[in-house]
Design a protein around this ligand. Structure first.
Ligand SMILES: CCCCCCCCCC/C=C\CC(=O)SCCNC(=O)CCNC(=O)[C@H](O)C(C)(C)COP(=O)(O)OP(=O)(O)OC[C@H]1O[C@@H](n2cnc3c(N)ncnc32)[C@H](O)[C@@H]1OP(=O)(O)O
Length: 281
């Protein structure tokens, strides 16, 4: 994919400074040359639905951030009210055989890249973050969320089952008892509830403040040896990463089998209709 490089002047809390910015249609990477922190912004209107292209783009941007020696990665959205609406249901509803395989493989790749990233990661959750959106946020090491939005793994409410590695990300943030209950209920948490339960680490009033708090978190590693930090993080996350690495073919087959069940297709169709009806009203 062609990626256009440009230098831009952007304002921030500490005043205007130069950032190196890489833009594709679906994500933007901006590296602050003062802090060395990269902001990875999802930009797929209308709701940052995670389709094949956005997932591939995310993975490519994560690799780019690791390659350019950034000091950390902040994941956020260009949409003022939606971080990500989760997986693009259109990829799973009446799917094309080859594309849906590529789609799930791209999701596995993006998760492995983000959850296993060697750089410190934080999510500035500047909007709603259901299902796959929550997966992205909980794959990061730190979360700052804006008020009056919702976050959670709502899969059971859609009649689908979150795979083990979705649960791994959730479990790396929440105590097992809370995670199990929330997943079984398909519960969406408001910002206040998420803060109370520990699903997010901090609340912020504005996106700028959220980005600043994420940067402060990443700054806490300034005096830590980066190799020791990265290896320590990888040791903590190795079991979950290795589990998916070693079972990704079976995981794909399980997904395909599940998604092709007539009852699942029917449920997804009804859910899509309800979303479209709601959007019209
Ligand atoms: C045993 C183990 C077996 C393993 C089997 C594995 C099975 C699969 C597991 C899959 C795992 C994860 C699933 C997901 O991530 S599914 C997605 C879940 N997401 C949601 O439920 C969110 C749905 N969306 C919303 O709630 C709202 O849209 C919003 C995000 C709160 C935003 O609200 P809004 O009012 O600002 O926007 P709205 O008008 O609702 O939407 C605008 C248009 O976007 C369409 N849309 C919204 N979300 C999605 C989506 N996720 N996919 C596709 N399209 C979406 C919506 O329909 C509107 O479209 P249009 O303008 O009418 O055309």
């Amino acid at each position: 994919m062609m990626r256009s490089k440009l230098l831009s002047l952007v304002p921030c809390a500490t005043g205007p400074f130069r950032t190196m910015s890489t833009t594709t249609k679906l994500t933007t990477v901006e590296v602050n040359d003062k802090t060395g922190i990269a902001t990875l912004t999802m930009n797929r209107p209308p709701v940052n639905g995670l389709n094949l292209d956005l997932l591939r783009d995310l993975r490519q941007s994560i690799a780019e951030i690791e390659g350019n020696k950034s000091r950390g990665l902040i994941l956020t959205s260009s949409n003022p009210t939606i971080f990500s609406a989760g997986l693009d249901i259109m990829e799973m509803y009446k799917p094309d055989k080859e594309r849906v395989r590529a789609f799930w493989t791209a999701l596995q790749d993006a998760w492995l890249a983000l959850y296993g990233s060697s750089v410190p990661t934080a999510a500035a959750i500047n909007g709603h973050s259901p299902a796959g959106g929550c997966l992205l946020a909980t794959s990061c090491e730190y979360r700052v969320m804006l008020p009056k939005f919702t976050i959670g793994l709502n899969e059971t409410k859609l009649g689908i089952v979150a795979p083990m590695w979705f649960m791994s990300s959730f479990l790396s943030v929440l105590p097992r008892r809370e995670a199990e209950r929330a997943l079984n209920q398909g519960r969406m948490f408001t910002t206040d509830e998420a803060l109370q339960i520990g699903l997010v680490d901090e609340a912020a009033g504005t996106k700028e403040e959220a980005l600043e708090k994420c940067a402060q978190f990443i700054g806490t590693f300034a005096k830590v040896n980066p190799i020791a930090r990265a290896l320590t993080k990888q040791q903590f996350r190795a079991a979950e990463l290795e589990q998916l690495e070693s079972e990704r073919a079976q995981d794909l087959e399980k997904f395909l089998f599940f998604i092709n069940q007539p009852a699942v297709q029917k449920g997804l169709g009804i859910y899509l209709e309800s979303l479209k009806k709601k959007a019209k009203n």
